[in-house]
Design a protein around this ligand. Structure first.
Ligand code: ADE
Length: 233
């Protein structure tokens, strides 16, 4: 079995590169892929760069070139739901693309023909994440994630996303990675720790909390990888 561990930014995979040993580096399609093995499980780590296009490209390469059997995303997100605080760890139950808009043709926002507004993520990976979090005394909150090629730092756009998608958290890659994984029949987990609340302080909070929130998410991800390796051997 081969597991892809994906982030969007170098800070999101730095804790993974620190943890795993004997890493082989491969350059491909203007990006770097880090291959290793842990407890008999092959692992490929990469960060895609920010946004839907780069993350879709990297996910496709992880599946098609590196032949990964599942994709586990780790990183940070902005909170929409007032019940989420900076530092909380979330797992996505479904994703959407909040900036996908052909409403001019009478379609619902986030919907294009032959697609779907929401993609449900893999239930068994969510269950494993939930169990591992519980064993480690970590509160893991199940959320709907809205993805778009925008860093959200204003209440008006936040309200729009909340109203149209009932989203709890926002980020810039989950929805596009989900489209690729869903199309290819590859299970996906999206784990995100909250770095900001997408308001006017979001830019400042993001810079302040990126590293600690990314670490919290990556730490839980490593435990999830160890559990998956144990279960699927
Ligand atoms: N990722 C983390 N915080 C975010 C925000 N406020 N908007 C979009 N993506 C984010």
């Amino acid at each position: 079995m081969k597991i892809a561990l994906l982030g969007a930014m170098s800070e999101e995979i730095a804790p993974l590169l620190k943890f795993f040993k004997d890493i082989k580096t491969t350059k491909y399609a203007s990006n770097t892929y880090y291959e290793t093995s842990h407890n008999g499980t092959d692992i490929v780590i990469a960060y895609s760069k920010i946004g839907k296009v780069f993350s879709a490209l990297t996910t496709t390469i992880l599946i098609e070139k590196f032949r990964c059997d599942m994709v586990l995303f780790s990183g940070v997100a902005g909170a929409i739901s007032p019940s989420l605080q900076i530092g909380d760890i979330t797992v996505a139950t479904k994703t959407a693309q909040h900036d996908l808009d052909i409403t001019a043709f009478g379609h619902d926002v986030g919907f294009v023909p032959e697609g779907s507004k929401f993609i449900d993520l893999d239930k068994s990976l969510i269950d494993i994440a939930t169990t591992v979090a519980k064993v480690n005394n970590i509160t893991l909150k199940k959320v709907t994630v809205a993805t778009g090629d925008q860093f959200i730092a204003n209440d008006k756009r936040k309200e729009f996303i909340k109203e149209n998608f009932k989203a709890d958290a926002i980020e810039m890659e989950g929805g596009s990675v989900a489209v690729v994984c869903h199309s290819m029949g590859v299970p996906l987990l999206v784990l995100r720790s909250i770095s900001d609340t997408a308001d006017m302080d979001a830019g400042f909070d993001f810079d302040k909390f990126l590293s600690t929130s990314a670490k919290a998410s990556a730490k839980l991800l490593i435990r999830i990888v160890e559990e998956i390796s144990k279960e699927r051997q």
